[in-house]
Ligand binder design. Sequence first.
Ligand code: C2E
Ligand code: CA
Ligand code: CA
Length: 702
Amino acid sequence: MMRGMSNPFTSDPHAAAQTDAAQSACVPAAGALPVPALPGLDSERIATLSRLCNPIWIFDIDASRVHWANEAALGVWRSPSLAELTTRDLGKDMSESVARRLRQYQLDFASSDARFSELWTLYPRGIPRTMRVMFSGIRLDDGRVAMLCEALGEQQADPETLRSAEALLHTPVMITLYDQRGVALYRNPAARHDVASASSMLQQHFADASEGAGFVNALRSDGSALQLCRVNSAAGERWHRISARRCRDAVSGHEAWLFSEIDVSDLKRVEAHANYLAMHDSLTGLPNRHFIERTFRERIDELRPTGKQATLIFIDLDNFKKINDSLGHTAGDQLLLVMAGRLREAVGGNDLVARLGGDEFMMFASSDDAATTAHVLCQRLLKIIAQPLKLGHHEVTVTASMGVALYPRDSNDLGALMRQADLAMYSAKDAGGGTLAFYCESMLAKAQSRLTLEIELQRALDRREFVLHYQPRHDVITDRVVGVEALVRWNHPQRGLVAPVEFIPACEETGLIVPLGEQVLMQAVDCLARWQRSGIVATVAVNLSPRQFSNSALIASLRRAIDTSGCDPTGLELEITESVLLGNDAATLKLVHDLRALGCGVTVDDFGTGYSNLAYLQRIPLTCLKVDRSFVAQAAPTRPLAEVIIALGHMLGLRVVAEGVETEEQLQWLRTTSCDEFQGFLRAPALTAAELERYITGHAPA
Ligand code: C2E
Ligand code: CA
Ligand code: CA
């Protein structure tokens, strides 16, 4: 306890205050003794003051100058004359805390005619003098409030006391001593500055009265308390970190409470902002994934005892990437903003909408009948989303795919519900987009078998289970084998040979197509090199998937494969689909040029099944066109589309190959066209390398 210790918070004669102003200033430490009125300054009063023996001076707070002083005060200030003293600028070296305190006094004088007695340390010409000074307000002729100071006598204070008082004066920590009724017995300048009125009570300090009561109870029972609280300050409501402890008032000996407070409002604001940022998406301002994880879960917990149901909807915009790629990212952002606004408007008061990232959103709605709510809500969302909007000069219409999971029907766990809604969304995407799907168990089974396939494919790559078969390509006129197409198979340890349709799409989606493509290329060029050396086959065609084609490492890995195998690259043809050629024009053009520069040929596979825009055919330096099997399969006698394609290919100077020739009739018809080559089951399916070698050596040219 503080009994018996020197207590700097009372009007104890030891208590002193000192200023760091070079020449003077005034520092208070005592309670106010109210006087009836604020006296004015007139000549009669000046004359009276002049006659008093104690040093007396009037300090003009606004101007930071002595306004008037009697003879004795000139002595204290070491000034030869009043004229000289009034020229001294005492504000020059005054600290901000002293200046602030003086302004506070000025207000207190004007409002309550206060009078104070304190120990001050003045610095006349830089030499410290500690004296007890009585001061009060006085009105100057022009109506402003100044400070009338009377030095009562010199005091000796020990350095420790002087310095501790100094520290108390300057600290930004707000220190207040309250009695048990909550009356402030003392406030340091920082604390005084923070409260609206000097007479403000502890009870008024807390913005939340019950929080205040709890704090005081803790203080009473434990002897100390520490808490972050909202308080009422002169500047309005603020956050303070309040630390308080029980002590004794050194003047009365009664129990008192010492409060130390710091203003942490700025920290609180930063914290609140950081919290907001962590929980919200910066582009749309919608809550983000972290928010979902916390708030959606809380909502579900709230629902549990009520028996209510909830709908979780996963929303993914269709073809967003296309818009981003074709109209630019700014337009993409704008689109997301508009969609976020629409979704926000579409949710009811208690429901939630959040952005998961990219073009994915999530919605949460509670109701008595989740399935019906989901139907109604999704139909509304599909309509709202599909309304046309303007992005720059373009008017676009966007659709979305939605997946729905229901609580508690599908699961009562948020994580599981999110995964289910996600799976359902993919199923809506598979159905062509612009629609919704409700989660069902078969989706999970499908996703699981897809995952198993992915793991198996990775293992198959590591174990080099992929093998190439080669389908011969014949000259239409001579029937001679002029080349082969390499077609990959998975030599599965249990299932035997697996056809590419069963694994190429999964490899495409997962990106495994890139390492698979590399293995295919290596095998193909090795065979090509061998066959070129033995003169069996001069040309091998290899299929490239869109994903491989857009992989920047393609050219380098191709060059490596060619160099390692020692094949003649002019015998290597790469087959790409039309969709690839319609992608990014400049990049595609460069890649085809690079392939050609390596010496390779470039073929458009499955020609005629893709897009109708043929402009690329002229721009891109292709070498060969493959007429899709479906055109060859058309009923005899005329196959007009195939004939047009063959003619088109020749007009562009390309070689033309017909695929999927299965009958003699088809071959006879081909001979009536100018088609260069054909491949198909009529002659041979895709064969192993050894089978192919036997096939060629045994195949008699026509
Ligand atoms: P594609 O490039 O159009 O290959 C031709 C497909 O038609 C092959 O099927 C071939 O076996 C089949 N075919 C050949 N002649 C006939 C015929 O007379 N009648 C019928 N009905 N079909 C015939 P396969 O080997 O199952 O390959 C299917 C597709 O898988 C290929 O179509 C190609 O798009 C892809 N693919 C195959 N190997 C690779 C590869 O190494 N890399 C990539 N990215 N894709 C490949
Ligand atoms: Ca092909
Ligand atoms: Ca083809």
